[in-house]
Design a protein around this ligand. Structure first.
Ligand code: NAD
Length: 493
């Protein structure tokens, strides 16, 4: 059995009470590793190390931006060299098809390089201020925030981690990272790269364990200056409340129930292909998934027929054999998704395709499910209101542009959305009405490090990726210089 440890203050360590938790291969339901189960004591130790290091006069934040950049680039190079090894571990731990894990590693390398470059770009602004007190010059500089707690989910374990770690470190912060207990293995590997990269002890800390212990301790701590969290809206809300204790900076990347609007004049083949990427990619375990497909009534039958044909051709299997879909991440997630499908049936929706656990051949034991298409949905249905986080496409219909927009926005979430049409003006008109932070026209789900990522409404606070993703980890300091020092004569003698 493989044992993996926490990394606190430059040392690999067991948890303070010696406990471990099981890590599963979702394709076989077998335990593949035991991970040190961090305690409150471990978390406090990690926070203390990160705080000490942030305050250290020779610490990470005192390194020049150039030096930090060089170190980050060396980490990216090492990750790139070991792409296949990381991708295999990711697939073993999470279940996703190997080619998707390979893309995740490519993206992780690219994110690190982007932020290594970004920190060397000009930053801050000079300000033209009034001369009421005599001539003054103001300008701003960007500074790190301090100790950052980074908490991630299980759907993109390496990538979501790097999405936070790279900008946080580029900016000069120290960090405590807590991955999801479902998928800690690539994080441990990544911390080995960080260990070898020459960061001062205490700059980066890894504490695995439950959200209610490690995560809660991080979000409540007075010594943590920022929490950046990606996960469910419910947990995000509790972190938001805890963060108020010391008015922490906060970044929240939360759930979604995103609309994918398909007009009758869209290229049907293209719309079907992108709709599949929208809902079946990564087994539908994607925050931005196009889980509500809103189709113009006149093409509903044609669209559903083609989507079913395409879904029926999808291969399902162990992610290491690179099928179109691997298993869901855990038994719990499988139960949750099957539960939603049962509820849809009870509420009168029609299962057009799939809807069952998949147990053929090598999929006998793992947490596999068929790609599922549900039609006849309306705004009252549970599967339309709640995030399912699985490969379940729920189809609604509309007759007019106004109705499509109304249905699309009738949700508490606002993460993503897309429009398919061959009418350019209509595409832009509709997309501008969608209340969501990430939108696409005639495509679904492409993400780029250069473009900001984040949600409106209950889908989150702040943005990741892009230059904005770096600024989230920085404070802005205003500096004003009196250009004519000396007496100004404000008070009477
Ligand atoms: P989750 O909220 O259950 O867990 C996320 C992380 O938070 C895990 O590390 C977990 O251990 C930790 N956690 C749990 N309780 C906590 C607490 N009380 N305090 C602090 N931390 C706690 O989410 P999940 O099931 O791992 O991931 C799925 C969710 O993540 C979905 O809702 C999905 O939409 C969302 N997500 C959002 C984005 C985005 O960019 N907006 C990206 C990926 C996933």
């Amino acid at each position: 059995m493989k044992f993996v440890l926490n990394y606190i203050d430059g040392k690999w360590c067991e948890s303070s009470d010696g406990n471990y938790f099981d890590v599963y291969d979702p394709a076989t339901a077998e335990v593949i590793a035991q991970a040190a189960k961090g305690t409150e004591d471990d978390t406090k130790k990690a926070i203390a190390a990160a705080k000490r290091e942030f305050e250290n006069k020779n610490g990470w934040r005192r390194y020049s931006a150039q030096k930090r950049s060089e170190i980050l680039l060396s980490i990216a190079d090492e990750l790139e060299k070991r792409k296949e090894e990381f991708a295999k571990t990711e697939t073993l731990d999470n279940g996703k098809p190997l080619r998707e894990s390979m893309c995740d590693v490519d993206d992780a390398v690219s994110y690190i390089r982007y932020y290594a470059g970004a920190i060397r770009m000009p930053s801050g602004v000079t300000l033209n201020v009034n001369d009421g007190f005599g001539p003054m010059q103001s300008f701003t500089v960007k500074e790190p925030i301090g100790v950052c707690a980074l908490i991630t989910p299980w759907n993109y374990p390496l990538l979501m981690g790097v999405q936070k770690i790279a900008p946080a470190l580029a900016a000069g912060n120290t960090i405590i990272f807590k991955p999801s207990s479902n998928t800690p293995l690539t994080s441990v590997k990544f911390f080995k790269l960080l260990e070898n990269a020459g960061l001062p002890s205490g700059t980066v800390n890894l504490v695995m364990g439950s959200g209610s212990v490690v995560g809660n301790c991080l979000s409540k701590s007075n010594d943590v200056d920022m929490v950046s969290f990606t996960g469910s809206t419910a947990v995000g809300q509790s972190i938001y409340k805890n963060a108020a204790v010391n008015i922490k900076k906060i970044g929240l990347e939360l759930g979604g129930k995103s609309p994918n609007i398909i007009f009758a004049d869209a290229d049907l083949e293209g719309a079907v292909e992108w709709a599949m990427i929208g809902i079946f990619f990564n087994q539908g375990e994607v925050c931005s998934a196009g889980s509500r497909i809103i189709v113009e009534e006149s093409i509903k039958d044609k669209f559903i027929k083609r989507l079913k044909e395409r879904a029926s051709k999808m291969t399902i299997g162990n992610g290491l054999h690179d099928p179109d879909m691997g298993p869901l991440v855990s038994e719990n997630q499988l139960k949750t998704v099957l539960g939603f499908i049962e509820t849809a049936k009870k509420e009168g929706c029609k299962i057009e395709y799939g809807g069952k656990r998949y147990t053929e051949g090598e999929c006998r034991r793992g947490y596999f499910i068929e790609p599922t298409i549900i039609s006849g949905c309306n705004q009252k249905n549970t599967v339309i209101k709640k995030e399912i986080f699985g490969p379940v496409a729920c189809i609604e219909t509309f007759k007019t542009e106004e109705e499509a927009i109304k249905i699309a926005n009738d949700t508490e979430y606002g993460l993503a959305g897309a429009v398919f049409t061959s009418d350019g003006a209509k595409a832009l008109r509709v997309i501008k009405e969608i209340r969501a932070g990430i939108t696409w026209i005639n495509c679904y789900n492409p993400a780029f490090v250069e473009a900001p990522w984040g949600g409106y409404k209950k889908s989150g606070v702040g943005r990741e990726l892009s230059m904005q993703g770096l600024e989230e980890y920085q404070e802005t300091k205003q500096i004003t210089i009196n250009l004519r020092p000396g007496k100004i004569g404000w008070y009477k003698d």
